[in-house]
Design a protein around this ligand. Structure first.
Ligand SMILES: O=C(O)c1cc(=O)[nH]c(=O)n1[C@@H]1O[C@H](COP(=O)(O)O)[C@@H](O)[C@H]1O
Length: 298
């Protein structure tokens, strides 16, 4: 996995690495990631119209509730794409609000394609000046982890990050992710190892002790057999852990699944938080309460 950005570009102006920016935000606010998943049923429950205007109001209200209370938010692109170009425009506004509020955005797009196509996705999501630019995106490695090399280089070169799916929270995932390579290593573990190696290379040239800019996605609901197939001792970057709240996992599941890597875990909750809206004060209180549940006890 190649992850070193173009050295000539670095010499001109080196942006602050995503891992360093994230570690700082987590130190300030705690590790909770609030998901922005405007399901149609949620728009209805919030009294909003089932169109791009409803989406935009919902998404922007979530940014307002999260800003200054958590380190990052994760808009789910699918719910915006479902409304076509007007939905994409709403997503652009939500991302612009994040930038303005100084709130890190992790755009959940789960892209994974051949390398040349990945370069176009990277231009859309990981390049300064793009209307859809986020601080990080989710990527799928299941066309081969090497197919993500170009997107990873683009992310690192612009001070952004990517989160690579390793062991996801859905029950169907085990067939592929727990399968073993000929040498016996589980597919999900090979993803963990490749991302961790790339982080080690990045960190070798950066601030000691900082987080790597490349993350993993490991569901907080994964079963014991999947946990047993993973060695997370090598992790040195963020681990997004969806599955808390609506999918049933809670704070007590994190040590069971992540062990010593728990210090890198970003628990992510969408529906459980959003269900408390739309009243802004109630929503902000739910964000704060959930964030407090996951902050390390001092
Ligand atoms: O990449 C993700 O965020 C993700 C990975 C995974 O393994 N499981 C998972 O649920 N997700 C996403 O996390 C969100 C789940 O939200 P809630 O179940 O409502 O908290 C959705 O946007 C999912 O697409």
């Amino acid at each position: 996995m190649t992850q070193t950005p173009d050295p000539s570009a670095e010499a001109v102006e080196r942006p602050i690495a995503y891992g360093a920016r994230l570690a700082r935000a987590v130190a300030e606010h705690g590790p909770l990631c609030v998901g922005i998943d405007p399901h149609p049923s949620l728009l209805t429950a919030w009294g909003l119209s089932l169109d791009a205007d409803g989406l935009e109001r919902c998404g922007r209200a979530m940014v307002e509730a999260a800003a200054g209370r958590v380190a990052l938010v994760k808009p789910q692109s699918a719910f915006f794409e479902a409304f076509g170009s007007a939905g994409i425009r709403a997503l652009e506004r939500v991302l612009a609000d994040c930038r303005q509020a100084g709130l890190l955005s992790l755009l959940d797009v789960k892209r994974g394609d051949i390398g040349s196509t990945m370069d176009a996705y990277a231009a859309a999501y990981l390049t300064d000046g793009s209307a859809l630019a986020a601080d990080a995106v989710t990527l799928s490695p299941y066309l081969g982890i090497g197919s993500l090399d170009g997107a990873i280089a683009t992310a690192l070169g612009s001070g952004r990050g990517v989160y690579v799916l390793a062991a996801t929270s859905n029950p169907e995932a085990a067939d592929v992710q727990r399968a073993r390579h000929l040498d016996g290593v589980a597919v999900a573990q090979a993803v963990v190892a490749a991302v961790s190696r790339a982080n080690a290379e990045e960190l070798a040239t950066g601030e000691p002790g900082a987080w790597g800019s490349l993350g993993l996605v490991i569901g907080a609901t994964i079963p014991a057999e999947t946990v047993a197939a993973l060695d997370l001792g090598v992790v040195s970057g963020p681990v997004l852990a969806p599955g808390i709240g609506a999918q049933g996992a809670g704070p007590d599941d994190l040590p069971r699944v992540f062990g010593a890597a728990a210090r890198f875990v970003l628990p992510s909750s969408s529906r459980a938080v959003m269900a408390t809206g739309p009243d802004p004060a109630t929503l902000a209180a739910a964000v704060e309460r959930t964030a407090a549940e996951y902050r390390p006890r001092t």
